[in-house]
Design a protein around this ligand. Structure first.
Ligand SMILES: C[S@@+](CC[C@H](N)C(=O)[O-])C[C@H]1O[C@@H](n2cnc3c(N)ncnc32)[C@H](O)[C@@H]1O
Length: 279
């Protein structure tokens, strides 16, 4: 990596170098996770990939420990390239690729300095751009990779859907300290298979030094300015996209849903996805 990072991006890289997000203590767990296809959690992306068939070129921006890039290659036969600036995260991503023979490749780069060698049919970025010094600039840069007919799958923290989560967990942290907050986090998130994974998720989502939150309505403007159109979004549970105003009205209810889930003691980090295409 030869470019100079913005100061907050350097802080973010150092944060993930210490412990990447979704890092399992036992590599076998990461390998089992990639084999179980975690991408099936996104039904719109899953269906699109299944329909596209093998050979699709894909670039993942901010791939971290590589579960999505490895799953793209393993389950959909995609030619996947994962990009991240954390050497620690990439070490694990490559180890899983080797163990599963996924064929996914991994590149260390600041996303702002990266450009794919050829325009990928699918660009994806899950939970990354909101950790950069400028989410809009990151969006514009990454949207520029998408060729005509290409897809862009994006996951971002939602405003205000994220705020109940932050209030709850940061409040608990302040009142009861890190050990108690982490233990409670583990009870809300029982699917976490090992303590290191739990800690990696907790610090990513509760102790992060840099994050922003965004509205679908806001990203809609970025999307239109970049010449993209929306195919589907988690905001209306991947239903048909008719009028944007209908989606924005649904979006307004997201904060209340988030409050409800948090009050029920559930794990609800306030995240939303968009699947877009360039016509
Ligand atoms: C919350 S993690 C998400 C990782 C992965 N997408 C996942 O879902 O497990 C954010 C990732 O983005 C990477 N990242 C953040 N800013 C970046 C930048 N400017 N350039 C490259 N990678 C970046 C971090 O190193 C980290 O691995």
């Amino acid at each position: 990596m030869t470019t100079t990072l913005a100061p907050s991006d350097r802080t973010v890289r150092d944060f993930y170098d210490l412990l990447p997000y979704n890092h399992f203590d036992d590599p076998a767990t990461a390998i089992a996770r990639a084999r179980a296809n975690p991408l099936s959690a996104y039904p719109d992306l899953d269906a699109t990939l299944a329909e596209a068939g093998p050979g699709l070129s894909a670039v993942e921006i901010g791939c971290g420990t590589g579960w999505a890039s490895n799953a793209l290659a393993l389950h959909y036969g995609a030619r996947a390239e994962g990009v991240d600036f954390s050497a620690t995260a990439l070490e694990r991503a490559r180890r899983v690729a080797e163990a599963t023979d996924s064929g996914a490749r991994f590149v260390q780069s600041d996303l702002f300095a990266y450009r794919p060698a050829t325009p990928p049919a699918l660009t994806l970025s899950i939970g990354v751009l909101h950790h950069t010094h400028d989410c809009r600039a990151a969006f514009d840069h990454v949207a520029g990779f998408v060729p005509s007919g290409g897809l862009f799958f994006l996951g971002l923290y939602h405003a205000p859907g994220r705020l109940p989560f932050l209030r709850h967990w940061r409040g608990l942290l302040e009142r009861e300290g890190e050990a108690a907050a982490l233990a409670a986090f583990g009870r809300a998130m029982p699917q976490s298979p090992d303590p290191e994974h739990l800690a990696s998720v907790f610090r990513d989502q509760v102790l992060h030094p840099q994050e922003s939150q965004h509205k679908l309505q806001e990203v809609w403007g970025w999307m239109e300015a970049a010449g993209l159109r929306l195919i589907s979004t988690s905001i209306n549970r991947y239903g048909p996209v008719a009028e944007p105003e209908e989606l924005f009205a649904e979006e307004a209810a997201y904060a209340a849903l988030s409050e409800e889930r948090i009050a029920e003691g559930r794990y609800f980090p306030g995240f939303f996805t968009m699947l877009m295409e360039r016509p």
